[in-house]
Design a protein around this ligand. Sequence first.
Ligand code: G6P
Length: 608
Amino acid sequence: MCGIIAAASTRNVGKLLVQGLHRMEYRGYDSAGIALHQLDGVAHLRTLGKVQLLEDRMIEEKPRSKLGIAHTRWATHGEPSETNAHPHKSNDEVFIVHNGIIENHLELKAELEKEGYSFASQTDSEIIAHLLDFNLKQGMTMIEAMFASKKKLDGAYAIAAMHRDDESKLVIARQKSPLLIGLGTDEVFAASDPLAISQLTNDFIFLEDGDVAEISADTYKIFDAVDLEASREVSRIDISSQATSKGEYRHFMEKEIYEQPDALLNTIDGRISGEDVLDNIFGLGSTELFKKVERIQIVACGTSLHAGRVAANWLSAIAELPCQIDYASEYRYRNPHVDDNSILITISQSGETADTLAALNYAKEKNYLATVGICNVPTSTLARESDFVLFTNAGPEIGVASTKAFTTQLAALMLLTLSLAKARNLNPKLRQRVVTALRALPEIITQTLELKDSIIEMAPAIANKDNALFLGRGIFYPVAKEGALKLKEISYIHAEAYPAGELKHGPLALIDENMPVIALAPESEIAEKLVSNLEEVKARGGTLYVFSDPSVSIDVKSGSLVPMPKCDFLLTPIIYTIPLQILSYEVALLRGTDIDQPRNLAKSVTVE
Ligand code: G6P
């Protein structure tokens, strides 16, 4: 999704800004642009498509400047085009970049049109440039103009702005959209994503909602929601550049799939000891809190929601707690009833998903005992705004399609389940069994990754189809959903998931030789029932691709059967996810899609 980087320096910043845009490419975008302050005005370059095209323009035009703002755009209002790309400007004087959505933009646009402003783009963002310009024309300074503008803007924004007549200062503002300041030597940066400036500094200041700041090469000043000068903590964080390069892999997604044994190890490291989970792993006081819990509500989006759906089964079976789960985008709109002694759990890789954050904020007004987050990014808004949090420690995930984030979320959710069960004095033997199984998990994941060659053999038969059906039962239904999501995201093949028992209630009508059916058949009490469901598919000419426990006997005829390594049943969802990730990756490779940045998608969805 959109990315902002801005710099005030004593050296030329054009190249730094474009490099920062490259580091944010993983977020997903459709166009890019830059505005650089120059002696004779502002160099304003925008391109549709990849950041590389913008870089090519920069190489041709060689703008030199010590002050600039740059942006990658993911279209919300107005199609992807050069005119809709940021920076937007007013009167060739004010230049802005914006992330988020200005909800009252139509109303503000009408007001500004009455004042004689005309609009070049279809975006909501352009009004910010004109609004600043309008306020400047009333005699305000840039920072005063930003104070006045923020009072008019409804919605979410991270903004960086500059003025043609000021060669040394940028003004930035944040409201419900991430924005931070980075402190370098003789230079100060602003960015919406710490990765954008991770090569330039380790010193970050995370702005709060309502903050406005003025930055120049040698100093910065922050003002809070009521425009008073404020001091904010400087956090020293080393975001390793190694973690953000592909190394020997062809894609980040591939790298992230094969990183899973280490990622899982990092998730459980320091959180289990002997035969049990440690106390207070969600923060001091979490064990006390967990003793009181009687009901759970989970909210999340996309892959994170699938992790929550698996965990709902664990919470019920091991922690003996009823658990409801909702799409974050739906939760607030169904007028949810909150029972006493409930907690809200949010799950998010990025910790910046707008719907999940909105659900978290909404929940704060309800009578939850506390909010508990499971998140991969320690610097995220979700991490800061949750009462308790457990980091998945998976390392940066760059591929838009989530892989290691999902399996580490599952491990973290198992730790949550164990923590709740322990606090409630429940199922000590079962806890012990699961802790032992968690320790063995990284090794079993390594064995599962070794199935790659048999999965590569399956890929061509699926790559030449337009549809695919994924089947699983019980705790494997959400895993099937995650498999279908991976395939559709990166290969653009239409894929659906069904609990296998539902086949006969509709989807069986779709089965023919053009419908590959991918099924998960672990050893379980309903394995035989699943086998019967698969027979129904075979009888109608469907081709089966089955990942199964060797003890489950299935004849797949012309399809494929991949025997899976043994693993404790409760943790098998983690193991069975892995071949589905590899399969989607290999199918997408054959179809030649843009695997790390699939069309129309974004890594971090910062709009509701
Ligand atoms: C986007 C990403 C998905 C992700 C979802 C939720 O749609 O492309 O991979 O699962 O957002 O993101 P979160 O960061 O909240 O887990």
